[in-house]
Design a protein around this ligand. Sequence first.
Ligand code: BEZ
Length: 257
Amino acid sequence: METATVHTNWNAHLYDDKHSFVFKYGEDLVDVLKPEAGERILDLGCGTGYLTSIIAASGATVVGIDNSLEMITKAKEQYPALEFKVQSATEFYFDEHFDAIFSNAVLHWVTKKEMAIDCMYRNLKRSGRLVLEFGGKLNVDKIVTALKNSLIMHGFAENAAIPLWYFPSLSEYTGLLEKRGFSVTYGAHFNRETKLNDIDNGVKDWVKMFGSAFFKGIDDAVVSEILEEVQQALVTTNYRNGEWYADYKRLRVIAIK
Ligand code: BEZ
């Protein structure tokens, strides 16, 4: 999983155990990719390799890249027959170009988005396709707003201003792709409210797993208070029938070089 500006240390085991919904939803995106035997496909931000393995089951040759050594180590352990490499979404390079580049739930971590788009363009064959899904405009906005409010109330306005994620509108992102030379053939921005795995600590776990960079330099005891406040602030909007939900908004794009 890629992050261009602020580094997040990923716990690959926690990611697989409690946040498996991230890649389970991605199976749907593999159907959109329609991988075929003989194709060469890049899984950009492959995490622990689950979707890479689904793509490989089609008979395509797949390479998974991620900038987290921990994720790649686990991916190699789980799928020893597949090729995985530690590489950054903004600087990756392969001698042999790809028929398709696939990326699920990753590009919202890449704030240097023009560099990533350029890299994708350069590593695709002519007529190759991009199949991308990631957080779009107002993604997890309720969680982010509650977290930033709580950080500011505790005197951590600088932490609240950390530019951790990039959630563009559909027109902004397709505009960037077109500027680099892609033809966008499909684009959608849609709600995907997502049930979180832990019924007691759903929001707290989510913020701990994905938003830990916001807590840089803050004492553990204060972090616990903030997490409690954030979850409490979301009871009316993100909790019902005994379950916690994240207000995900996805951007899905297909584009051709
Ligand atoms: C997402 O999949 O939308 C997401 C995951 C982690 C942090 C931010 C967004």
